[in-house]
Design a protein around this ligand. Structure first.
Ligand SMILES: Cc1cc2nc3c(=O)[nH]c(=O)nc-3n(C[C@H](O)[C@H](O)[C@H](O)COP(=O)(O)OP(=O)(O)OC[C@H]3O[C@@H](n4cnc5c(N)ncnc54)[C@H](O)[C@@H]3O)c2cc1C
Length: 498
C-alpha cells in the first residue's frame, strides 16, 4: 500500500491551495491529492451556467500567495478555473493529483497512528487503498451529484425544458425563449441578466426577496496600485483593503441593521425605482442573516430597466404543461424553467471517517478552530467563511496545518486530537444563517462551542492571529507519540511551547 505523509482530498480551490502551502512550507512532506472527478477546479469546473462568476472580489477569493492580476475583481468562472490551473502548474501539483479517486472511507488506527484511505471511481469494484499520517479534507461543502430542488405540486406535468444550474446542458439554446428562473440567491441573480441577453424574456420568480447590492466589477484602486507597485505589494494592499471593507460592512449590518437596510434600499431604488424596489427587493430579514447577493455593474438591475427581465414575488401553487401557476392566480408561461433553488449542503461529501473501528457521526462532534473535529485525530477540513471570501479562511487553515505538522515533527508527535474537556463549553449551531440550505443541513453538521477554541470567529483578523500566531499546544489539542500516554492536555508547560 502506498504511503504519504499527507493526503489531500479534493482538487478544487482549497485543495490546490493546500498543496501549494505544503510545497512552500513543508517541502519534505510526501503528499498526493485524491480527486473524485476527472478534472481539477471543483466548483469552478462543475458549474457551467451562463454568466457563472464569483460574487466575492478576487483579491480576497484569490490565494494570499498568488496575486490576482486580471483587471476584473468580480471574475467569470473560466478565469477562476484558469487561475486554479495556473497555480497547480506553478507549484508542480498537476503530477500530484490522482483523478477518479473518490474517497469513500478513511479508517484511523491509534495503534499505527495513521489513516487507511479507500478511494475509487464510481464503477470500481475494488477500492484503491493508501495510508497517510494526516488527512486534509478539501472536499467543499455541497453534494456534487445533484442540486436542491423542492417538491412542487404537479412539477412532472410541465412539458418544457427544466434545467438545474448545477447540471447545465452544454447545448441549451435559449435564444428568443421565455425563461423562468426560480430562485433569488447568488445563482439566480447571475443567471437572469446573462440569459436576458439572448432570451425572449427572463422572469425571476422568487418566494421572497433577497438583499441585492451592486458593485463595480473593476476595483479602480486595485488597478491603480498595480500600475505603480510590484504585483505582490499591490495585491497585498488591495486584499487588506477589501478584507477590512468587507468586515466593516458586515459589522455595520449586524450592529445597525436599520441603517444598513436604508443604505441598500436607497441603492436599489436608484436602480429600478421605488415600486420594484419595495415589492421585490425588500427582504423581511436583516442584512447578513443570509448571504448578501452582489451584482457587478448593476447588470441585474439594467436588464430589469431594459424590460428584458422582470421579477415576480409569489408562492408557486402548481405547475402546468406550459408553465407555473402562482397562489395569486397569475400564470407564468415558460419554454424553459431554471431551478436556481440551491445546493444540498454536505460536509465531507459522503466520506465516512472511522476512528479505531467506530464510525464518526459528524453531528456529534464539535468543530475545533473551525477546521478539526473533537476526538478525530489528524484530520483537518478546509471550510471557508460565510460572511467573506472562502479562500481567506482556507489559506489560514493550510498555514495552520503546515505549522501543526512541523510542530509535531519537532516534538516527535504522531497524532493530534482536539479533546473537549471543559464542561463549561456549550454546543451551539455551527452556522447562524437563516437560509434554507443552511437550515436543512444543520442537523448533519458538527456543532461549534460557546468558547474558544471551539467557537467559529467568522472574522479574518481574529482567525489570523489565532491560526498564524496562536499556540498549537493550547491545552485542548492532545498530542501523542506513537503508542504513548496522553501529552498536551494540562501538560502545556511540560511539553513546551512551539
Ligand atoms: C456557483 C458558485 C459560486 C460561488 N462563488 C463564491 C464566491 O464568489 N466567493 C466565495 O467565497 N465562495 C463562493 N462559492 C463557494 C465556493 O464553493 C468556494 O469559494 C470554493 O470554490 C470552494 O472550493 P473548495 O475547493 O473548498 O470546494 P469545491 O470547489 O467544492 O471543490 C471540492 C473538490 O473536492 C472533490 N471531492 C469532494 N468530495 C470528494 C471525495 N470524497 N473524494 C475525492 N474528491 C472529492 C470535488 O470533486 C471537488 O473537485 C461559490 C459556490 C458556487 C457553487
Amino acid at each position: 500500500m502506498e504511503h504519504f505523509d499527507v493526503l489531500i482530498v479534493g482538487a478544487g480551490l482549497s485543495g490546490i491551495g493546500a498543496g501549494a502551502h505544503l510545497r512552500m512550507e513543508c517541502p519534505n512532506k510526501s503528499f498526493a491529492i485524491l480527486e473524485g472527478r476527472q478534472a481539477m477546479g471543483g466548483t469552478w469546473d462543475l458549474f457551467r451556467y451562463p454568466g457563472i462568476r464569483s460574487d466575492s472580489d478576487m483579491y480576497t477569493l484569490g490565494y494570499r500567495f498568488r496575486p490576482w492580476q486580471d483587471p476584473k475583481a468580480i471574475a467569470d468562472g473560466p478565469s477562476i478555473l484558469q487561475y486554479i490551473r495556473d497555480t497547480a502548474e506553478e507549484f508542480d501539483l498537476t503530477e500530484k493529483i490522482r483523478y477518479n479517486h473518490r474517497v469513500r472511507r478513511a479508517d484511523w488506527s491509534s495503534e499505527d497512528s495513521c489513516w487507511t484511505v479507500e478511494s475509487g471511481n464510481d464503477n470500481a469494484s475494488e477500492p484503491t487503498r493508501y495510508t497517510c499520517n494526516f488527512l486534509y479534507l478539501c472536499t467543499g461543502y455541497y453534494e456534487y451529484e445533484d442540486g436542491y430542488t423542492p417538491e412542487w405540486p404537479d412539477f412532472e406535468k410541465y412539458k418544457g425544458t427544466v434545467v438545474h444550474p448545477q447540471k447545465w446542458p452544454e447545448n441549451l439554446d435559449y435564444t428568443g425563449k421565455r425563461v423562468v428562473v426560480i430562485g433569488s440567491g447568488a445563482t439566480a441573480v447571475t443567471l437572469v441578466p446573462a440569459m436576458a441577453e439572448k432570451a425572449g424574456h427572463v422572469t425571476m420568480l422568487q418566494r421572497s426577496p433577497s438583499y441585492v447590492v451592486s458593485l463595480p466589477s473593476q476595483d479602480k484602486i486595485a488597478n491603480l496600485l498595480r500600475r505603480f507597485l510590484p504585483a505582490k505589494a499591490a495585491y497585498t494592499i488591495s486584499r487588506w483593503k477589501n478584507v477590512l471593507w468587507g468586515m466593516f460592512f458586515y459589522n455595520l449590518s449586524r450592529k445597525r441593521p436599520a441603517l444598513m437596510k436604508r443604505i441598500i434600499a436607497k441603492g436599489v431604488k436608484k436602480e429600478v425605482g421605488e415600486e420594484i424596489a419595495e415589492t421585490h427587493f425588500k427582504p423581511s430579514y436583516d442584512p447578513w442573516d443570509q448571504r448578501l447577493c452582489l451584482v457587478p455593474d448593476s447588470d441585474l438591475f439594467r436588464s430589469i430597466r431594459d424590460g428584458r427581465a422582470s421579477v415576480v414575488t409569489g408562492q408557486i401553487e402548481s405547475f402546468t404543461e406550459t408553465g407555473v401557476r402562482l397562489a395569486s392566480g397569475e400564470h407564468l408561461d415558460a419554454d424553459i424553467i431554471v431551478t436556481a433553488t440551491g445546493l444540498v449542503v454536505k460536509l465531507m461529501a459522503g466520506l465516512q471517517l472511522v476512528v479505531d473501528g467506530k464510525p464518526v457521526d459528524l453531528s456529534k462532534t464539535m468543530a475545533y478552530k473551525g477546521m478539526m473535529y473533537s476526538d478525530v485525530p489528524n484530520v483537518a477540513s478546509a471550510f471557508g467563511y460565510t460572511n467573506a471570501s472562502w479562500t481567506l479562511k482556507c489559506d489560514l487553515t493550510a498555514q495552520y496545518v503546515c505549522r501543526l505538522l512541523k510542530f509535531m515533527d519537532r516534538n516527535g508527535y504522531a497524532s493530534c486530537t482536539p479533546r473537549l474537556s471543559d464542561p463549561t463549553v456549550k454546543p451551539e449551531p455551527v452556522l447562524d444563517f437563516t437560509s434554507g440550505y443552511v437550515q436543512r443541513a444543520l442537523p448533519t453538521l458538527p456543532k461549534q462551542g460557546s468558547k474558544m477554541p471551539w467557537r467559529l470567529h467568522q472574522n479574518y483578523v481574529k482567525d489570523l492571529s489565532m491560526l498564524r500566531y496562536g499556540r498549537l499546544d493550547d491545552g485542548t489539542m492532545e498530542f501523542r507519540r506513537r503508542q504513548q500516554a496522553r501529552i498536551g492536555i494540562g501538560t502545556r508547560k511540560r511539553s513546551g511551547v512551539e
